[in-house]
Design a protein around this ligand. Structure first.
Ligand code: UDP
Ligand code: MG
Length: 320
């Protein structure tokens, strides 16, 4: 019998856990041809998420809970789950049920047809603020144009991955993770399944604009060095312009005998150049920060408990 793992990263999701339990159990009970496993990764929640998850496990042993030692962020929580799952394939979904579990059988069908990576394609984004929708759209366009790998639009983390993809993802150990790009990076045979993204069942979104901006910068700096190239090009164009202007000024002074003037020009040039230099330094800094962080080679996360049992070394191991 093939085993299917469902990975659910959770951060302060106590309100939604009861309905998550119901929806997942009915899905699993309706498909007894497969062996099921749900790996809930508690990403250092401050509410009763871990406790409720343990209660779910008491009622149904197919549910597993991996409790991280603190909040590491969704991307890292997903890595912890990816390291833990033991199925022949893995489905990643959000705890808030914005990713309807009812789509999973459809994904499994595609997987059985021979696809390795079946991703859910949103046909509506639910009740998201207009500004956020527009910004996301703009960002994906930008990323797609600048990154060397195509990043598929309107596709989130809701997807089914074959064991081979899971093993590939396990080997990508960078601590600054932008998983959406990693799926594209690993390749494999992909196909999509449409789904209607509903609204959050309960609780609140954990992303504010600031966090999203951070994720956006993460995406750009981990997939493309284009900003560095832009800095170089900006520098060259400006110095070339300056050279031409120099020749012009020299000619004017020697031939026409222009008295020295142009205080405003100097200030404007200074400020403009100063701004560009600072911006470029910032861009450089982003990349150096990446190098700094990755060069420490720290483990991406620590695990406190697996299925309610303390982990002495802070590392999880495969759930038996
Ligand atoms: N999440 C997490 N760690 C975090 C933030 C979020 O594991 O630090 C989980 C959260 O519990 C949910 C999923 O990531 O299962 C998506 O989060 P959310 O619904 O808040 O994001 P949105 O759907 O608004 O993008
Ligand atoms: Mg959500």
């Amino acid at each position: 019998m093939k085993k299917i793992s469902i990975l659910v990263p959770m951060f302060n999701e106590q309100e939604v856990l009861p309905s998550l339990y119901d929806r997942l159990s009915s899905l699993m009970n309706a498909n007894p041809d497969y062996e099921w496993e749900v790996v809930m990764v508690d990403d250092g929640s401050q509410d009763n998420t871990a406790l409720l998850a343990l209660q779910m496990r008491e009622r149904d042993k197919r549910f597993h809970i991996v409790e991280l030692s603190r909040n590491f962020g969704k991307e890292t929580a997903m890595l912890a789950g990816i390291d833990t799952v033991s199925g022949d394939c893995m489905v990643i979904m959000d705890a808030d049920l914005q990713h309807p579990p009812e789509v999973i059988p459809e994904m499994i069908k595609k997987w059985e047809e021979g696809y390795d990576d079946v991703y859910g394609k949103r046909i509506s984004r639910g009740k998201e603020p207009w500004l956020r929708k527009k910004l996301t759209e703009f960002y994906y366009n930008l990323l797609q144009k600048s990154a060397h790998i195509p990043i598929i639009k309107n596709v989130g983390d809701f997807r089914l991955l074959d064991k081979s993809c899971v093993n590939a993802l396990r080997q990508l150990r960078e601590t600054h993770r932008y998983t959406k790009g990693l799926y594209c990076y690993i390749g494999f045979k992909k196909t999509s399944v449409d789904f209607e993204q509903g609204d959050r069942e309960a609780g609140e979104t954990k992303w504010n604009y600031f966090k999203l901006l951070g994720l956006a910068i993460e995406g750009i700096t981990s997939y493309t060095t284009l900003p560095l190239r832009i800095a170089t090009m900006m520098g060259s164009v400006i110095s070339m312009g300056a050279m031409i202007y120099l020749v012009y000024v020299l000619f004017k002074t020697f031939l026409v005998g222009d008295p020295v003037a142009g205080f405003p020009t100097i200030i404007v040039c200074l400020l403009f150049l100063g701004g560009i230099i600072l911006l470029t330094l910032g861009v450089l800094g982003e990349y150096i920060a990446r190098i700094f962080d990755e060069s420490k080679q720290r483990p991406a996360y620590f695990i406190r408990e697996v299925d309610g049992k303390r982990q002495k070394d802070g590392r999880g191991r495969e759930i038996e």
